[in-house]
Design a protein around this ligand. Structure first.
Ligand code: P6P
Length: 336
C-alpha cells in the first residue's frame, strides 16, 4: 500500500513556530497535545456505532441539553490531557458550568476554551460532529488562571480550530498565518496536510439556516433570506439551501464551497435573547478562522464577532458567518 509522504501537522506547526523568532514552542506543544486528544476522540467516535457509547449519559449540561456519552468522553479526554500539559492556566468547556483549573505546578501561559463535541444531538444519526477550540494568551500574571484569562475578545485570539469527525477526520486550524486543513490517515494515526491555505470563496450560491425559526427572526433577516430565494439569474438567485444542523459540518462545507451560515437571534425564548450559539467556544473560533480565510462574521446587530467583549463563559450570540460577499449583503439588509 502506497504510504502518504505529505506534510504532517507537526511539521506545519513547527514551520509556523520558526517563522516567529520569539516563539518558545509552548503554542506548538499546546496544539500537539490537543491533536493527540483529537485522535483519541476520533477513534472513539468511529467506534460509537459499535460500542455502547451511543445514547445519553442521563446528565444535562448548563444549556439544559442531554449530555451524550461521547460528549462526556470527549470532554474528559481534553480536560485530563490539557490539565497536565503545562501550556495553559485555565480552561472552559461547554460541558462544565464553571472554569476548569489545571494541575498545580503545571500552569502555562495560554487559556483554552472548547466545545468537546458540537452537534452532539446528531451522534445517534451518524451526522458529522466536531470539537471546536480557541486559545488566548493569559492576562493574569501567574498561578491558576481566572475567568479574565478566558473572557477576551476574539480579536486577541492566538489560535483556533476544529476537528470534524465525518466521512474522514479533519483538523482545520489557524495560528494567524492562514487556515490549513489536515486529514487523518487512521492507518498511521497521523494528520497530513490536505487543504493548504484555505480561502473561502468571495461569493457563493449556498445559504445555511434553520428556516423553522423564520417567524422568530428580525424582519431584516427574514427579508434577506426571502431575497436569496427570489428568481433572478443575473444575481445568481435563488441560492441553494444546505443545512445539516451540526455547526462544524455546516461551517466546514461553507469554508470549502463558499456560503453563508446564519443562526439569528430569535424572540421566542427570553432565556436565549442573543441566539443559540455560544460566543467563547463556537462563534469566536469560527469567526477567527473565517476572517483568516478571507470571510466575515457578524452578529445580527451587525457587530463584528471578533470585537465583542465577552462577559460570561457560556454567553450566547447570534451568528452570521461565511463568504465576504454574502455577509456584506446581510450587513446591507441589517442597515435597512
Ligand atoms: P437547530 C447543535 O446542537 C448546535 O449546537 C449546532 O451544532 C448547530 O448549528 C445548531 O445547534 C443547530 O440548531 O436549532 O437548528 O437544531
Amino acid at each position: 500500500m502506497k504510504r502518504p509522504v505529505g506534510v504532517t501537522v507537526i511539521r506545519q506547526i513547527l514551520d509556523s513556530q520558526h517563522m516567529h523568532r520569539q516563539a518558545t514552542g509552548d503554542l506548538s506543544g499546546l496544539l500537539t497535545e490537543l491533536i493527540v486528544a483529537g485522535k483519541i476522540i476520533s477513534a472513539e467516535v468511529n467506534m460509537a456505532g459499535l460500542a455502547d457509547v451511543i445514547g445519553v449519559s442521563g446528565k444535562t449540561n448548563i444549556q439544559g441539553e442531554e449530555v451524550q456519552k461521547l460528549d462526556e468522553f470527549a470532554n474528559n479526554t481534553i480536560k485530563r490531557r490539557m490539565a497536565r500539559s503545562g501550556y495553559i492556566c485555565v480552561m472552559t468547556s461547554e460541558e462544565d458550568d464553571d472554569i476548569i483549573p489545571v494541575r498545580e505546578g503545571y500552569e502555562g501561559k495560554y487559556s483554552l476554551a472548547f466545545d468537546p463535541m458540537d452537534g452532539s444531538s446528531n451522534i445517534d444519526v451518524n451526522v458529522s460532529i466536531g470539537t471546536i477550540f480557541s486559545i488566548h494568551r493569559r492576562v493574569t500574571q501567574s498561578g491558576q488562571g481566572t475567568q479574565d484569562d478566558l473572557l477576551q475578545p476574539g480579536a486577541s485570539l492566538v489560535a483556533a480550530g476544529y476537528i470534524i469527525y465525518g466521512s474522514s477526520t479533519m483538523l482545520v486550524y489557524s495560528t494567524g498565518d492562514g487556515v490549513h486543513g489536515f486529514t487523518l490517515d487512521p492507518s498511521v494515526g497521523e494528520f497530513f496536510l490536505s487543504h493548504p491555505d484555505i480561502r473561502i470563496p468571495e461569493k457563493s450560491k449556498y445559504f445555511s439556516v434553520n428556516e423553522g425559526n423564520y417567524h422568530y427572526w428580525r424582519p431584516e433577516i427574514q427579508k434577506f433570506v426571502n431575497y436569496l430565494k427570489e428568481v433572478d439569474a443575473d444575481s445568481g438567485r435563488p441560492y441553494s439551501s444546505r443545512y445539516i444542523g451540526s455547526l462544524v459540518a455546516d461551517f466546514h462545507r461553507n469554508l470549502i464551497t463558499g456560503g453563508v451560515f446564519l443562526y439569528p437571534s430569535d424572540c421566542r425564548n427570553p432565556a436565549k435573547p442573543k441566539g443559540k450559539l455560544r460566543l467563547l467556544y463556537e462563534a469566536q473560533p469560527l469567526a477567527f478562522l473565517v476572517e483568516q480565510a478571507g470571510g466575515r462574521a457578524l452578529n445580527d446587530n451587525g457587530q463584528r464577532i471578533l470585537d465583542i467583549q465577552p462577559t460570561q463563559l457560556h454567553e450566547r450570540v447570534s451568528l452570521i458567518i461565511g463568504s465576504k460577499g454574502d455577509v456584506d449583503m446581510v450587513e446591507g439588509f441589517l442597515r435597512g
